[in-house]
Design a protein around this ligand. Structure first.
Ligand SMILES: [Mg+2]
Length: 385
């Protein structure tokens, strides 16, 4: 079997762009992958086109060797653009190789270790609506729930974010939530790296111990030493890693005990090949995976197969739940996709990833330039999205 084409599709799907990649072979078997560098999809598609130049004619069965060749074939190795491209290609290779062997992708990863994949839901509500949302989710069987940041009144300016005002309101909302829902649900919050070290310490100090089970990405991740300093100041478990683009970026966070949950993203870290290495490394440190999964059905399927095949798994992010519905799962675009059964994904039995993509739709649809908010504080200075 030989690779005959590697086709990037950076196109508008639902309410934002997705970067899908199709790999075709001379035997008519094909695979789909998805890259996760949201909002800079054209850069990733460009990297895929570079890799396409030497992937055509290659044997797709040699997934590990192709990963190494893609990673090592330029002087400027690594980085988020290149590994997002490698991720999509690696996922597509797993899809097509598994189809050629007539097995689900997890069989390439050592076989399944569980019958279903537990998931967590997100609610962006706050105050009493947050309490109602969490109670509703609990009634429907969701026992891991992630909340979001409370924003102060911005007078309608969606680009305004003031960390100190926000952390005070958010802490108050979370303390009220825990008081009202009790100790049973696992509750976390994603701070989307909007804080600095001092602000995060202040945020945690405004809540009794036990309010939060995990704090996702309170600060940016470029400097592990900053996270180590923060680790010494607070006792809330951290969930970090959704932006990491290789095992090497996970290294300090796992080796130095900085993160307590691995927020791995298969579409950014380097696909399933790299994910399995990070999973094994985390297992050695008794750390469980809580994968980042904000994209479409291809990323979700790849992550379900990863979750099925590792021992140290906690919960999978889903963005379709009773309290949230993001529009990336359109059946006209993805006629076959994994379906939630309550708060879990059944482990699939069909060959490959178990996803079908309407390529004709992707050919017709175009990329649309779209920017996330460029956040600023009240004084005009820029801060993190
Ligand atoms: Mg996050």
């Amino acid at each position: 079997m030989k690779i005959t084409d590697v086709k990037p599709y950076p196109v508008w799907v639902g309410s934002r762009n997705q970067c899908l990649v199709k790999i075709e072979t001379d035997e008519g078997i094909y695979g789909w992958g998805e890259a996760g560098l949201s909002s800079r999809e054209l850069a990733v598609a460009g990297a895929v086109r570079h890799f396409r130049e030497f992937l055509i004619g290659r044997d797709p069965m040699q997934i590990g060797a192709l990963w190494q060749e893609m990673y090592r074939s330029q002087y400027f190795e690594g980085g988020r653009v290149l590994t997002a491209a490698i991720s999509a290609i690696d996922i597509a290779l797993h899809d097509l190789v598994a189809k050629s062997l007539n097995v689900p992708v997890y069989q390439l990863l050592g076989g399944k270790q569980r019958d279903f994949v537990p998931c967590f839901a997100t609610t962006g509500a706050h105050g009493q609506k947050l309490v109602e949302d969490v109670k509703l989710l609990m009634e429907l069987g969701w026992n891991v729930i992630r909340t979001g940041i409370v924003h102060p009144d911005t007078g309608g300016d969606r680009h305004l974010y003031e960390p100190r005002e926000s952390l005070a309101l958010t802490a108050k909302s979370l303390v009220n939530l825990r008081e009202q829902v009790g100790s049973e649900p696992v509750i976390g919050i994603d701070f989307h790296h909007r804080l600095n070290v001092a602000e995060t310490a202040s945020f945690c100090q405004r809540m009794p111990s036990g309010t939060l089970d995990f704090l996702e990405e309170p600060i940016r991740d470029e400097t592990p030493e900053a996270y180590e300093a923060l680790r010494r100041m607070v006792d809330v478990p951290f969930a970090i890693g959704e932006e990491f683009s290789s095992k090497w970026q996970f290294l300090p966070y796992i080796e130095r005990g900085i993160t307590d949950f691995v927020r791995i993203d298969v579409s950014n870290v380097g696909g399933l090949t790299e994910s399995m290495k990070v999973a094994g490394w985390a297992e050695a440190h008794y750390i469980e995976l809580m994968p980042h999964n904000p994209l479409g059905p291809v990323c979700t399927a790849a992550t379900v197969h990863l979750a099925a095949a590792v021992a140290n798994f906690f919960s999978l992010e889903v963005r379709t739940s009773p309290t949230e519905k993001l529009g990336f799962f359109d059946k006209t675009i993805f006629p076959v996709q994994h379906e939630l059964d309550g708060a879990r994904f059944p482990v699939p039995t069909s060959p490959g990833l178990g996803v079908e993509v309407n390529e004709e739709y992707l050919k017709r649809e175009e990329f649309k330039f779209s920017e996330s908010p460029h956040l600023h504080k009240r004084d005009g200075s820029f801060t993190n999205w």
